[in-house]
Write a protein that binds this ligand. Structure first.
Ligand code: BES
Ligand code: ZN
Ligand code: ZN
Length: 478
């Protein structure tokens, strides 16, 4: 397969003159224009036993890592549909004029492997299953080489498979993907990598550790909660430790403040903050990055039931602050209150949490941008940089003292919803800040954590955040 930008001149390439001429003919005959994601399948025997597919990269001025990834994804899905599982990707120089060749390699590998991932674990009829594209070769049209080529391909694979790991956790049905299951996945990772310490707490330990929020939210479910701690000290010479925190509600029915049933099935994805943290840690460990990272994942279900916590309850989080529960569906912030308090023990250099926290952020930013909140300009900037190189979009939203004031209770230290219908993403973030005492940022990924099928991916969990966290860790490892 080859990728072309609009206006590409085949003359510059160093591929064999015959192929070059044949491609020029397609070009001249206007059979293929190079529009973004446009796909051209050359007729049989056009290239002998190999099949030639062209994919457009669109206008050069509009070319970004995101548009490039989409083109790679589109053509990979197309090939997969044709049952070609082996492919060489050849990219013209024009494609990376504005980018480092190395980043083009990474995005090619990650784009292809994530596009071909499909969740078909529960489809019993074998032949309706689509296989992932298993082998991807990479070349450049003019013979440009990267001295890190092989390494970058391996790294790209590690990141892609970690993204797909997170997506798999998200796509699993909640009857199987319980807090216990999530804990076991963490334990399995810990067994595989001896540099990774994993500790998974059950109810008794959670009580002992005074994680009162996690305990309260879990009460309505037969499934017991877990508190997952994953420690990776890849740079023992440094005192700097960073913490990733991820919300993992394995199913959010809303509790006593029950949700309407329309689309309630999607609340199996409410664990994807935690899923992204686990995927990122998996990648960081496998990449053997020189950095100290701790992942904290509070995992619970949120169901109504005769034992469930209720509106009116007041509970105490790990840092001693009390929370008046006014709506049991604002449960993510309650379990995060404990996890963010727990992060204080590490005296962290910085903490970032990922959570499918509010419907409000989806209203504000739609399904492409995650909301980011932080008081620390420098931290915001490094997250935005990581977001850019990962091609996972973020947009800053406000967090200030007035939002924080709105989360004060008359009869407890905080309340879990504000008195206003508006600004829900910001009031959610403001609530979380009561449980932090370090440099901190919050990512509300409710709009981006899952989505429908499109040209470059199948429907379901997206794995958003895994690559962003890996990019952040890369910066810290410098
Ligand atoms: N998990 C939901 C947020 C959510 C809703 C994510 C829709 C993705 C799509 C969260 O626990 C929740 O229910 N939040 C409430 C908060 C409200 C009660 C203040 C919400 O957004 O409605
Ligand atoms: Zn909820
Ligand atoms: Zn939730």
């Amino acid at each position: 397969m080859m990728m072309f930008a609009e206006g590409f001149s085949a003359g510059k390439s160093l591929i064999s003159p015959t192929i070059k001429r044949k491609i020029s003919e397609i070009w001249e005959d206007n059979e293929f224009k190079g529009d973004a994601n446009e796909i051209f399948l050359a007729p049989k025997r056009f290239l002998g036993t190999q099949t030639l597919v062209l994919v457009g990269l669109g206008k050069k001025e509009k070319f970004t890592h995101v548009t490039y990834r989409q083109a790679v994804g589109s053509v990979t899905k197309f090939l997969q549909g044709k049952k070609f599982y082996d492919c060489s990707i050849i990219v013209p120089q024009e494609a990376w004029d504005h980018f480092e060749f190395d980043s083009i390699i990474s995005h090619t590998i990650i784009g292809a492997h994530t596009a071909s991932y499909q969740f078909n674990h529960y489809v019993t009829q074998k032949d309706s299953k689509i296989q992932p594209v298993s082998r991807i070769f990479f070349g450049s049209i003019n013979g440009a080489k990267s001295k890190n080529g092989d390494k970058l391909i391996r790294e790209g694979e590690i990141i892609a498979f970690s993204i797909n790991f997170t997506r798999h956790l998200g796509n699993l049905p909640p009857i199987d993907m319980t807090p216990e299951y999530m804990g076991n996945e963490a334990i399995t990772l810990g067994r595989k990598h001896k540099q990774l310490n994993v500790r998974v707490m059950g109810v008794e330990e959670i009580r002992k550790e005074k994680l009162g929020g996690l305990l309260a939210v879990s009460l309505g479910s037969y499934q017991e909660p877990r508190f997952i701690v994953m420690e990776y000290f890849g740079n023992p010479d440094s005192k700097d430790t960073y913490v990733f925190v991820g919300k993992a509600i394995t199913f959010d029915a809303g509790g006593i403040s029950i949700k309407p049933s329309e689309k309630m099935d999607e609340m199996k994805f409410d664990m994807l903050g935690g899923g992204a943290v686990m995927g990122a840690i998996k990648a960081i460990v496998e990449l053997k990055m020189k950095v100290n990272i701790v992942g904290l994942v509070p995992a619970s279900e949120n169901l109504p039931g005769h034992r469930a916590y209720r509106p009116g309850d007041i509970i105490k989080a790990r840092n001693g602050k009390t929370i008046e529960v006014l709506n049991t569906d604002a449960e993510g912030r309650i379990i995060l209150a404990d996890a963010l308090s727990y992060a204080q023990d590490y005296k962290p250099k910085a903490v970032i949490d990922l959570a499918t926290l509010t419907g409000a952020v989806v209203g504000a930013l739609g399904e492409r941008y995650a909301g980011i909140f932080s008081r620390d300009e420098e931290f915001i900037e490094s997250i935005q940089a990581a977001s850019k190189s990962a091609g996972e979009l973020t947009w800053r939203l406000p967090l200030d003292d007035e939002f924080k004031e709105m989360m004060k209770s008359k009869i407890a230290d905080t309340q879990n919803i504000s008195g206003s219908r508006y600004g829900g993403a910001s009031t959610g973030a403001a609530f979380l800040e009561y449980f932090t005492n370090y440099t901190w940022a919050h990512l509300d990924i409710a709009g981006v954590a899952w989505g429908g099928e499109n040209a470059y991916r199948y429907q379901g969990a997206t794995g958003y955040g895994v690559q962003l966290l890996v990019e952040l860790a890369k910066k810290w490892a410098e």
